[in-house]
Write a protein that binds this ligand. Structure first.
Ligand code: ADP
Length: 693
């Protein structure tokens, strides 16, 4: 999925745009999550603070009611006839008995009847004897002035003991050390936190006759905190698992509470932390927040309460266990986080998929471009699902490639055509050049030969005459000398021989220069006969022990030619063959009919030898006049004259020489000669140009 992202971002448009799309999601969502987390926490704290404030208000109201309830009870008692009838005061005993009954009924912890000056007249449980003057209590002073008053007061241990030793015992609370508690040297709390109330007693005439004083000791008074707790944290008002608590503090010490210790007993005697104490008792302010209470974190609210002198003597506390709220918060945050994560992941996946579908045409085009660059001109984007601008672009891209391909094909075809034409023209040009060169050579050669012919003919005549004179005179000399010539007979013979050779050479030169002058009459010549004659005529030129001659004739046709000329041609070929085999060998003379279009038009005579053969470069030149490899002894005219003779009768001489396997000269002759004496005829050219090979 993130393959695209792994590509260098700078090189991929898709990666860039993906970053653009995903950046808000991947950056925005965590920021949003952080904000939600912060706001959630703040809201959570505010909610808890609101709740604890409300709880504290309810607790405060209830505690006030309890306080007022004590005052109301005393007022009802003071106004009752049963008390009024004891005035004017006469006897302590019946009044104490009445107070005993009332003590039980009104659930107060002590009851005193005082005179208007605050001196004790009677007490419940007959405690009056030890009771000091009550006038120093503000509530009593107020009642003496005719005004009922109820206040929270702290009673010293002595005072409690004077009222009732049992109250001292109840007030006694052993201090229990806890981890976060404010340091304190004391081991116990002996003072009593009291709801202290006093109401005036009037007689029937409305004259103040006394004061009724009573109190409810709050130390260890579990009923009050349980009721506060029950009212503030009614069943179901807290999330599952949380627990409400309420406590009354005397100074820093829990004197009544429903907070429990680890063992399950109430946490009486444990103390508040220094921070809360300073804030609430010293500074007289409310305190809200999460506090570690005895053994757990509680969302807590503390408020101070004052005695009648206005001193902060204690605190009212309510709180509930934070853990379930925290757990609920964590669950909510967790769910929120999970939702965010799921949204982010889903968003990313959808974005990526969407982006992929958007970019597929571009990627395909890119792939196609690379393929085309790599030589695959048939590569195309092909059909795409996307119908947007990019999809259309891809389709257009394909069309463009098609057009390009067809144009290129056309260009290639043109280029091929051009190449072909250039090649054709080049060949034509080369042929034309060759022809031109050939024609030039022919021209030059024919001019040269014409000159040579003239020269040769002149020279030959010039030479022939002196030679004839020499030969005639030698004959005359020889004849005149008679036997006297015997000592020089050998020299005379040599002179004859050499003058003969001169005549032969001159004759050949003349035959070469003026071939037509040498043409004789023609006749039908039988092949086997003429070949046999030639073998006999040439026989003296070779050693019969070294050269074997084999004849094999199959020709049925006779040929039309001058017999002696044919002999000259064949003897020339036989002599060449013999000369090619100085170490000896076999000369095979064979013949067959020359057929053209299934019809015999003449005969062909083959002269085959077993010599070294003729190299390819020489094959082209052996019919050229004056070409010879026999330096000194050869004239280079034999084959040239032979070709001329044969061609004059419409035939020709060809040669084959497979490398190293001897040479075969074939003489093609017609049964009916076809004479061609034009200067451009092949026969004429062959005398000085290239022969047929
Ligand atoms: P010449 O015999 O005086 O050299 P030719 O025209 O008869 O002149 O022959 C030309 C050349 O052709 C020879 O010099 C020789 O090199 C070559 N030739 C002719 N016949 C043969 C042969 N049978 N085997 C090899 N070479 C030959």
């Amino acid at each position: 999925m993130f393959k695209a992202l792994f590509q260098p971002v700078s090189r991929s448009v898709r990666a860039k745009l993906l970053m653009l799309v995903l950046a808000p999601l991947l950056v925005g969502v965590p920021v949003l999550l952080g904000l939600v987390w912060t706001w959630g926490n703040e809201a959570y704290q505010r909610l808890l603070t609101f709740k604890i404030q409300a709880d504290l208000i309810i607790a405060h109201e209830y505690f006030d009611r309890v306080r007022q309830g004590v005052g109301n009870d005393l007022r009802a008692l003071a106004e009752s006839q049963r008390l009024a009838k004891h005035f004017p005061f006469r006897d302590e005993v019946p009044l104490s008995a009445l107070l005993d009954g009332m003590l039980a009924r009104y659930q107060v912890d002590f009851l005193h009847v005082l005179d208007p000056a605050g001196r004790p007249l009677a007490s419940a449980r007959g405690a009056r004897a030890a009771l000091p003057d009550r006038a120093h209590w503000p509530v009593v002073t107020s009642a003496s002035a005719g005004l009922a008053h109820t206040a929270i007061e702290v009673f010293t241990p002595d005072e409690l003991a004077a009222i009732d030793p049992r109250l001292s015992a109840r007030a006694h609370i052993r201090l229990v050390p806890t981890a976060a508690a404010r340091p304190d040297d004391r081991v116990s709390e002996e003072r009593g936190l009291m709801i202290h109330s006093a109401v005036p007693i009037h007689d029937a005439a409305g004259v103040l006759v006394g004061v009724l004083e009573g109190g409810v000791l709050l130390n260890g008074n579990l009923g009050i905190v349980d009721r506060i707790n029950a009212i503030v944290y009614r069943e179901g008002s807290l999330p599952l698992g949380s627990k409400g608590t309420a406590t009354l503090f005397l100074g820093d010490t829990r004197v009544t509470t429903n907070v429990h210790l680890f063992g399950g007993e109430r946490a009486l005697g444990t103390r508040v932390s220094e921070v809360v104490y300073r804030h609430v008792i010293d500074e007289g302010q409310l305190w809200h927040g999460t506090a570690f209470v005895v053994n757990d974190h509680y969302v807590s609210g503390y408020e101070p309460f004052v005695d009648s002198a206005g001193r902060n003597v204690g605190m009212l506390y309510v709180g509930f266990l934070e853990a379930p709220f925290r757990a609920a918060k964590h669950i909510a945050m967790g769910v929120l986080f999970a939702i965010f994560v799921v949204i982010s992941v889903l968003g990313s996946v959808l974005s990526l998929r969407w982006a992929r579908s958007i970019f597929r045409p571009i990627e395909r085009m890119n792939t196609v471009i690379q393929a085309v660059e790599g030589g695959d001109s048939a590569a195309r984007v092909g059909a795409l699902a996307s119908r947007d601008e990019l999809g259309r672009l891809a389709t257009e891209f394909d069309a463009l490639l098609d057009t390009l391909a067809s144009k290129r094909e056309q260009l290639e075809r043109w280029a091929d055509e051009l190449d072909r034409k250039v090649a054709e023209r080049t060949v034509e040009l080369a042929d034309a050049n060759a022809t031109l060169r050939h024609a030039q050579q022919q021209l030059v050669m024919s001019e040269k030969l014409a000159a040579v012919g003239e020269l040769t003919a002149g020279v030959a005549h010039e030479i022939n005459n002196p030679v004839a004179v020499i030969q005639g005179n030698i004959d005359v000399l020889s004849h005149a000398l008679g036997d006297a010539a015997a000592p020089v007979r050998e020299e005379i013979r040599l002179i004859h021989e050499q003058t003969d050779r001169i005549r032969q050479i001159v004759t050949r030169l003349l035959q070469f220069a003026r071939p037509a002058e040498f043409a004789g009459y023609t006749e039908p010549v039988g092949i086997a006969g003429v070949v046999a004659d030639c073998v006999v005529l040439a026989g003296h030129t070779f050693d019969k022990r070294k050269v074997e001659v084999v004849e094999a004739h199959a020709a049925t046709q006779s040929v039309e030619i001058n017999r002696s000329e044919l002999q000259q041609v064949l003897i020339n070929l036989i002599v060449n063959a013999v000369q090619a085999m100085p170490e000896g060998g076999t000369i095979t003379l064979s013949s067959e009919d020359w057929c053209e279009a299934g019809e015999a038009v003449g005969a062909v005579i083959h002269v085959r030898d077993t010599g070294p053969g003729i190299p390819a470069e020489a094959l082209e030149r052996i019919f050229d006049a004056f070409y010879t490899t026999k330096k000194g002894s050869g004239t280079g005219l034999g084959l040239s004259i032979s070709q001329t003779i044969v061609q004059r009768y419409g035939g020709h001489i060809s040669v084959e020489s497979p490398s190293g396997a001897g040479a075969v000269f074939s003489v093609w002759l017609r049964s009916a000669a076809q004479f061609d004496e034009s200067p451009n005829a092949p026969g004429f050219q062959a005398r000085w140009g290239r022969g047929e090979g």
